[in-house]
Design a protein around this ligand. Structure first.
Ligand SMILES: Cc1cc2nc3c(=O)[nH]c(=O)nc-3n(C[C@H](O)[C@H](O)[C@H](O)COP(=O)(O)OP(=O)(O)OC[C@H]3O[C@@H](n4cnc5c(N)ncnc54)[C@H](O)[C@@H]3O)c2cc1C
Length: 828
């Protein structure tokens, strides 16, 4: 009999395995380990050279949980820290984990405010973190210069781990359960079969083929090129990444906490009695944009110390003793980064069974435990067990693969790791690549542009001929006056909003109606000329999309989703219509989308069309082609602002003409151009949800208050029907999305502010803005009643507060929106 251990050590390639994991870095090894722990032991891990030979072997090994306002990221980190502490007991292989503590220095008011917000949020997730004074920093890390620091954030449970030992422990644990790890095998491509929806059938290696149901691309900085062989978009790119290690220094000992001063670009930890000084410089350098050498193993890069010298000096001045110490190692190695500093994770659109986990953005060691568990759960159950809307590999777009984009964005994005992250911070590279057909007109009107999933889009307008400018800040800014005026224009008059970035798909063919009906929780296959707001659910009832479906013709539908959900909604649609007699076409770039919103929108529309747009003739949710000037425009009476209004879908060649026609006709009605900042405040006053922000795959329709959009009596089967109906029948859930409003008009919401009921933490804000009509910060928060259902009575009986950067403010919460709860203005 062949034991699990003996089988796992074999260098012979098996003919088949259920899962092939490609890449023996810390990520692939952790995925294999967690698959085995979930009972999937028919797993082969293939490593091109030897385990850790890519990036993992040279990582600094910081195991720090502090620094995120994401539930998923925080959970990943906390789980990993716990795992690394207990892995030796399970496997007999030490991980080198040492909880020496972390001190994160706040050197300026912006960072202090940011870290207070993070600390408040992460405490609610179970992270022990204390704000400490500069004197206390000096007591714990005496070598640092603290005279100009404002505070520190001390996390006693954080520390460091040895990346190679951690990987070996994960590998040992995986092998003990029967996983086979074969080194010296290069995967050339993933083999698939199928037509409109492919599925994995195996992997092709330099030593032959292995049949499998699942392939996991965990090939680190090689992941992009491996994915490209199957036509996939995984735009991670290697960058130079630096640290140095000094000779032994007096006073440096193994128990010294990890110290980070992002404002000085540096992190510091003990290494061999000396100090490691690691760097995140503000502008970095991509490495090997043309492709990573196939034989690069345990490799180092030629350091560019001339470029690094000013940043290194700043970092060393924070811990002055390093300036005089001898340098034992100058190190530069490659780590791969993604365009948005978030990892590329999940099943790719278009190929069933092809998973990716790559682009770890310099936190692959500390993330590996939690990320491995997440991917393994996803593969084995179809459910990642966490909100993955921000991580999903399907968010990336082909233009992000271009060499120019990778070179420039990678150099910038590494620099954002240690930058301050005040609201309004903008990326400067990769801009202007996707433009609305109205772009030049928006610029001429003084638009302050921001990046919306790659599209340049107006956030607010300074006015014609003005040059808009804004500084990132946590405080109110002068441009807030423009935002307020635009918000009020939509509430009391009329506003025009360019939203051409919205994702638009045509679904056509004899099978289109049945297919969309099966995918949607709403009754989308009703009358021609009507729009339906609906969710797409998975088999467990989890939310996979939140969008509108408009029936244009009996066999033709327009599906519209938000920009952030573009890839996911399209992938979901294609995957679930692959067997149908229906064609899906992405028409995002074929139509501009312009929103005319506000109580006077009807007057303006009536002035530019010969169609009857009266309340009697053009009801709420009607959709029809109307003439505007010399063009035909699809007008849909719907709103995301909470007012009377229309979305106008305009063939791009007519967009400029239609825009000019409306702007001209709107002048006597006080029409104002309105940006996305106002749309955000308008929609949050009205409690309208945004997928990826307020809604995610872990939610069901009941908890987020979307039961009204479910067609409970719809005949036939639809995906997610049983769990959705069961959730709705079960009565009020214990966790619910509620509107939240601060009574004090001064503080601002952005995201992740902590919500308390009777002094006890019960949730946090998912999206926040400022309610100019309501007179205070407003948002949508997810709150949980630990003792029962979150009923209206439970909400009303509590005394509510929100923690904004460590200060508590009285608040109101409500299941119904604070603004126009009966929607009288919408139906007008
Ligand atoms: C200087 C530096 C310091 C860092 N410090 C930290 C830190 O303190 N904390 C932290 O959390 N992170 C840190 N990181 C980041 C961390 O090292 C990475 O995020 C992590 O190692 C990535 O792991 P991985 O498994 O994705 O990639 P890799 O370790 O590169 O593993 C990918 C593996 O895939 C194999 N492979 C590639 N192509 C194929 C193929 N076709 N077939 C078979 N095998 C293939 C490669 O040989 C490689 O072994 C640091 C990185 C650097 C460069």
């Amino acid at each position: 009999m062949v034991t699990a251990e003996a089988r796992s050590s074999s260098s012979v390639l098996p003919e088949r395995a259920r899962v092939v994991v490609i890449g023996g870095g810390v990520i692939g090894t952790s995925i294999a380990y967690h698959l085995a722990h979930l009972g999937w032991t028919d797993v082969v891990l293939l490593e091109r050279d030897r385990l850790t030979s890519g990036t993992t072997w040279h990582a600094a090994g910081l195991m720090t949980c502090f620094g995120s306002t994401s539930h998923t990221s925080t959970e990943i980190r906390l789980y990993g820290r716990d795992l690394y502490a207990r892995l030796e007991a399970e496997t007999g292989q030490a991980t080198g984990f040492r909880p020496v503590g972390l001190i994160e220095a706040a050197a300026d008011p912006g960072r202090l405010h940011e870290y207070r917000r993070i600390a408040a949020f992460q405490r609610t997730q179970g992270l022990e973190v204390h704000e400490i004074s500069p004197v206390e920093i000096a007591e714990r890390f005496p070598l640092a210069r603290t005279d100009d620091l404002l505070a520190g954030f001390y996390v006693p449970g954080d520390g460091r781990v040895n990346p190679v030992d951690l990987t070996m422990a994960l590998a040992k644990g995986a092998k003990a359960l029967g996983v086979r790890i074969v080194e010296g095998v290069t995967v050339e491509s993933v083999v698939t079969q199928g037509d409109r929806l492919q599925e994995v059938t195996g992997v092709r290696t330099d030593r032959g083929d292995i049949g499998c149901e699942y392939a996991v691309n965990a090939a680190g900085m090689w992941a992009r090129e491996l994915a490209a062989r199957n036509g996939l978009v995984v735009p991670n790119q290697a960058a130079e990444h630096y640290y140095l290690v000094t000779e032994p220094i007096d006073g440096v000992h193994a128990g010294l906490p990890v110290f980070e001063d992002p404002a000085a670009y540096g992190y510091y930890r003990e290494e061999g009695g000396g100090l490691m000084v690691g760097l995140f410089e503000p502008r970095a350098a991509a490495w090997q944009v043309g492709g990573i050498p196939r034989d690069f193993s345990f490799g180092t890069l030629e350091p560019d110390w001339e470029r690094m010298e000013p940043f290194l000096r700043t970092a060393m001045e924070r811990v002055p003793v390093t300036l005089g110490a001898g340098i034992r190692t100058f190190f530069c190695g490659p780590e791969s980064f993604t365009p948005d500093l978030l990892p590329a994770v999940g099943e790719v659109p278009g190929i069933r069974g092809y998973f990716v986990c790559a682009g770890l953005n310099s936190i692959g060691i500390l993330s590996s435990g939690g990320m491995g568990r997440l991917v393994a759960r996803w593969i084995t159950t179809g459910d990642p067990g966490a909100d993955v809307t921000a991580f999903h590999v399907d968010r990336f777009q082909p233009w992000q693969l271009t060499p120019a984009m990778r070179r420039e964005r990678t150099a910038e994005i590494l620099g954002t790791v240690y930058a301050a992250h005040a609201p309004g911070t903008q990326l400067r590279t990769g801009r202007g690549i996707k433009r609305s057909p109205l772009h030049d007109k928006l610029i001429a009107a003084g638009a302050y542009m921001k990046d919306v999933s790659g599209w340049e889009s107006p956030d607010w307008y300074a006015g014609p001929g003005q040059t808009p400018s804004a500084e990132p800040s946590w405080e109110p800014q002068p441009w807030f006056a423009h935002w307020r005026d635009e918000h009020e224009a939509v509430r009391t008059g009329v506003g025009l909003i360019d939203m051409s970035f919205m994702a638009k798909f045509l679904v056509e063919g004899p099978g289109a109606a049945a297919a969309l009906d099966r995918i949607s929780a709403g009754a989308v296959a009703g009358e021609v000329g009507r729009i339906v707001y609906t969710q797409w659910l998975d088999e467990r009832g989890g939310l996979q999309a939140d969008l509108t479906v408009t029936r244009l013709e009996p066999d033709s539908f327009l599906v519209v989703a938000s920009d952030t959900a573009h890839g996911h909604a399209l992938g979901w649609l294609r995957r679930h219509t692959a067997q149908d007699d229906a064609r899906v076409t992405d028409v995002t770039a074929v139509y501009a989308q312009v929103n005319l919103q506000g109580p006077r929108s009807r007057e303006v529309l009536a002035a530019v069309t010969s169609s009857d747009v009266s309340a009697a003739a053009f009801a709420f949710r009607d959709a029809r082609w109307i003439d505007v000037g010399g063009a035909w425009v699809l007008a849909v009476r719907i709103t995301y602002a909470g007012e009377l209004g229309w979305e106008l879908y305009i063939p791009v060649e007519h967009a400029g003409h239609v825009w000019e026609t409306i702007v001209g006709a709107g002048e006597p009605h006080g029409l104002r151009l309105v940006g996305l900042k106002a749309l955000g405040s308008l929609r949050l006053e009205k409690g309208y949800r945004d997928y990826g922000h307020d809604l995610d795959n872990t939610d069901d329709v009941a908890s987020v208050g979307l039961g009204f959009a479910v067609a409970k009596d719809k005949p036939g089967a639809w995906i997610g029907r049983e769990p959705a109906l069961a959730a709705l029948a079960a009565g009020p859930p214990s966790a619910r999305l509620v509107s939240v409003l601060l009574l004090d008009p001064r503080p601002l919401f952005f995201h992740a502010e902590v919500v308390l009921r009777d002094g006890i933490t019960v949730g946090d804000v998912r999206s926040g803005s400022y309610g100019w009509t309501l007179g205070g910060a407003v948002g949508l928060a997810f709150v949980t009643n630990p003792d029962g259902p979150a009923t209206t009575e439970w909400l009303a009986a509590g005394s509510w507060e929100v923690d904004v950067a460590g200060e508590r403010y009285a608040a109101r919460v409500s299941l119904r929106p604070f603004y126009d709860p009966t929607s009288a203005r919408v139906y007008d």
